[in-house]
Design a binder for this molecule. Structure first.
Ligand SMILES: NC(=O)c1ccc[n+]([C@@H]2O[C@H](COP(=O)([O-])OP(=O)(O)OC[C@H]3O[C@@H](n4cnc5c(N)ncnc54)[C@H](OP(=O)(O)O)[C@@H]3O)[C@@H](O)[C@H]2O)c1
Length: 266
C-alpha cells in the first residue's frame, strides 16, 4: 500500500471536504494524526467518530505541515488562500478551476485537478483527475492512493473532460432519484400504498445499482442480455428504446454540462 504521508484539507469542514476526510479516515489509509484541516473559522468539523486530527485557521501552517494538500474551498475563495509553496503537491477538487490557475495560486508546478463527490464519505466517490506535466511518478502514485481510498479514481489525459465529469458527477445520483420517483409514481398510481412503494423502490434500486457495479458485463451488455432473454424486462426495455427516452437523457446531461460551464466560466 502506498504511504500517503500527511494530508492537508483546505476547506475540510465543508460538505465535500468533510466527506473526503471521513472516507480517508474510515479507509485506514490515513490516521487522524496525519490529517490537517484548515478553514476560516478554525472550528473542528465532526467527522464520524474520528478525533485527533489538527485544525487550523492558517492555510500556510497547514501547507507547511503536509506532504499533499487538497483544495476544497468555493472557487471564489481561491485568490485569498495565501498558499504559495513551490515545493508542495496540490490536488484541487474545486469545480472549474483550471490547472493553469492552480499553478498561479500555489506557485507549485506539481498541481492536480480532480473532481469528486460527497459519496466520498461512503468511499463510493468516482474521482477522475489530470496532472500537470511536472507531477512526478511518485506524486501520481500518492494521488491515486488518496483518491482511491475514497472510491474509484482514474487519471485522464484531457482537461476538458473534467467539465463533463463535473456535470455528470453531481447529476447522476439525481437522475437515478428521478427514475426511482417515476417508478414509485407508477406503483402508487397502480394502487400500492405509498410507504410500501417507497420501501420497494429503494430496495430495487439498491440491488440494481449493486448488480450494475458488480457484474463483469458493461451496462450495454447487460441490457442486450435482458432483451435477448425476451421476458418482461425485455418488453419494458424495447418500449423504452422505441421512445425518445435516450435522447432526453442526453439532453438532461447536456443541460448539466452547460450549467457547469456557466457557473464556472469554463
Ligand atoms: N459539495 C459538492 O457536492 C461538490 C462536488 C464537487 C465539487 N465540489 C467543489 O468542492 C469545493 C467545496 O465545496 P463545498 O460544497 O464543500 O463547499 P462548502 O460546504 O461551502 O465548504 C467550503 C469550505 O471551505 C472553507 N473555506 C472557505 N473559504 C476559505 C478560506 N479562504 N480558507 C480556508 N478555508 C475556507 C469553509 O470553512 P469556513 O467557512 O469556516 O472558512 C468550508 O470548510 C468547491 O470548489 C466545489 O466546487 C463540491
Amino acid at each position: 500500500m502506498t504511504d500517503i504521508g500527511t494530508v492537508g484539507l483546505i476547506g475540510g469542514s465543508g460538505m465535500l471536504g468533510r466527506a473526503i476526510a471521513q472516507g480517508l479516515l474510515d479507509s485506514g489509509a490515513l490516521v487522524a494524526s496525519d490529517l490537517w484541516i484548515s478553514n476560516r473559522s478554525g472550528q473542528a468539523p465532526e467527522i464520524g467518530n474520528h478525533a485527533g486530527f489538527t485544525v487550523t485557521r492558517y492555510n500556510d501552517t497547514l501547507v507547511e505541515a503536509c506532504d499533499t494538500i487538497l483544495l476544497s474551498v468555493p472557487p471564489a475563495q481561491v485568490p485569498s488562500l495565501g498558499i504559495a509553496r513551490s515545493d508542495k503537491l496540490f490536488v484541487s477538487v474545486m469545480a472549474g478551476v483550471p490547472l493553469a490557475t492552480l499553478h498561479d495560486i500555489t506557485g507549485s508546478p506539481r498541481v492536480v485537478r480532480a473532481m469528486s463527490s460527497p459519496a466520498a464519505a461512503r468511499r463510493l466517490a468516482y474521482s477522475p483527475w489530470i496532472a500537470a506535466d511536472a507531477v512526478t511518478a511518485a506524486d501520481r502514485e500518492r494521488v491515486s492512493a488518496v483518491l482511491g481510498a475514497i472510491g474509484l479514481e482514474d487519471e485522464i489525459g484531457n482537461e476538458d473532460h473534467i467539465a463533463h465529469f463535473t456535470a455528470i458527477t453531481g447529476p447522476v445520483p439525481g437522475f437515478v432519484a428521478y427514475f426511482a420517483r417515476c417508478v414509485t409514481d407508477y406503483a402508487v398510481a397502480s394502487g400500492i400504498e405509498p410507504t410500501i412503494a417507497d420501501r420497494a423502490v429503494r430496495q430495487l434500486f439498491l440491488s440494481g445499482g449493486v448488480m450494475l457495479a458488480d457484474e463483469a458485463e458493461t451496462p450495454a451488455e447487460q441490457v442486450t442480455a435482458m432483451i435477448d432473454y425476451a421476458g418482461t424486462t425485455a418488453a419494458g426495455l424495447l418500449a423504452m428504446e422505441d421512445s425518445p427516452l435516450s435522447d432526453n437523457i442526453a439532453r438532461g446531461l447536456e443541460a448539466a454540462v452547460e450549467k457547469t460551464r456557466r457557473m464556472t466560466g469554463g
